[in-house]
Write a protein that binds this ligand. Structure first.
Ligand SMILES: Cc1cc2nc3c(=O)[nH]c(=O)nc-3n(C[C@H](O)[C@H](O)[C@H](O)COP(=O)(O)OP(=O)(O)OC[C@H]3O[C@@H](n4cnc5c(N)ncnc54)[C@H](O)[C@@H]3O)c2cc1C
Length: 300
């Protein structure tokens, strides 16, 4: 999708992610699966596109070519609900209750939260650096150069600027694709947690795991919504500042969310077939034919 075709929410995105590499796409999978309106911008200098063949990303026994990996990552982000836009973010500025992103070829975009996920280039964040804390100076061959400070965000990706997160660049995690993806996922989880806090979830209930559970493993106790209500009540701290109605509304949302996370054996099988189909879409047709010919020969 190009910037002109961006089909976002009328007002503003919940989350704008700058960078659609391993870090940014992983963040987007977590924020969009929670239901946050998420846009991922992706254009410009990429670390991963310089890799000859990705051999150490778990799940691909003979490695994976970078083109297929990118297509799978973008497809996954879109399947989760992200809009992936092939545009370069040129600047991010503060606006009332959020941020405005200027892009190379589209209209300015507004977002409540911004996640930087670009291993190489974080110049677009300069307008936010009023306190002169984001960039470090190094001397190279006698010339002084400025780099984004990889320790600017904390280990959870949060920064001193409310609503701004960094999934990449960070010191260690950005150096390998799989750790960059893992860190991106962690940042996505913290964005979701912060949104839930803002919506009133008390500490202790704000963090959420994105799990699917087997219906067959659900015993009578946890099949009962009242058991989840009790669980919720037990985790509400004494010092919360919600009134009774607000607390009841959150509790019912939480119970519904928990019970929605169980899937039947039939639904698991449907998901399995669909998962294989979605991977097949990305494989070389000739390789699929060659594999089928070989299995036919083997069984003849
Ligand atoms: C030569 C080379 C070989 C490598 N080989 C391996 C390897 O074999 N195994 C391994 O695990 N790691 C390897 N790496 C490291 C790996 O590429 C990185 O760890 C990983 O890609 C970091 O992911 P990222 O999402 O943080 O950044 P990136 O992969 O750089 O992704 C960032 C994305 O953001 C986009 N972008 C940048 N600026 C903007 C902007 N202003 N607006 C919008 N989009 C923007 C870029 O186009 C890019 O797609 C290699 C790196 C290099 C350079």
């Amino acid at each position: 999708m190009t910037a002109d075709e961006t089909d976002g929410p009328d007002d503003r995105w919940d989350v704008a992610i700058v960078g659609g590499g391993p870090a940014g796409c992983s963040t987007g999978v977590f924020t969009a699966r929670y239901g946050l309106e998420t846009v991922v911008f992706d254009r410009g200098r990429s670390s991963l596109r310089q890799c000859a063949h990705l051999e150490n990303y778990l799940g691909f026994p003979a490695g994976i070519d970078v083109e297929t990996f990118y297509a799978l990552a973008h497809d996954h982000a879109e399947e989760a609900g992200c809009q992936v836009v092939e545009d370069l973010v040129e600047s991010v500025e503060r606006a009332d209750d959020g941020f405005v992103l200027e892009t190379q070829s589209g209209e300015p975009v507004r977002a409540n939260r911004v996640v930087a996920a670009t291993r190489y280039d974080a110049d677009y964040l300069r307008p936010l650096d009023a306190d002169d804390e984001m960039y470090e100076r190094h001397v190279h061959d006698g010339d002084e150069e400025e780099y984004f400070d990889r320790a600017y965000a904390d280990g959870d990706g949060r920064t001193p600027i409310d609503g701004l997160y960094v999934a990449s660049p960070v010191e260690e995690a950005s150096r390998q694709a799989i750790t960059a993806a893992g860190h991106g996922a962690l940042v996505g989880k913290h964005v979701v947690g912060d949104v839930r806090r803002e919506r009133g979830y008390p500490e202790g209930l704000a963090g959420r795991v994105d799990w699917l559970r087997r219906e067959a493993a659900r015993d009578d106790e946890w099949g009962d919504p009242d058991r989840w209500r009790e669980y919720f009540e037990n985790h509400v701290p004494d010092d919360h500042d919600l009134d009774e109605d607000e607390l009841a509304e959150l509790r019912e949302q939480e119970v519904e969310d928990r019970l929605d996370r169980y899937v039947t054996d039939e639904a698991i099988e449907d998901r399995r077939r669909r998962a294989h189909d979605r991977i097949l879409e990305h494989l070389d047709d000739d390789r699929i034919r060659a594999y089928l010919d070989k299995t036919d020969d083997d069984s003849a």
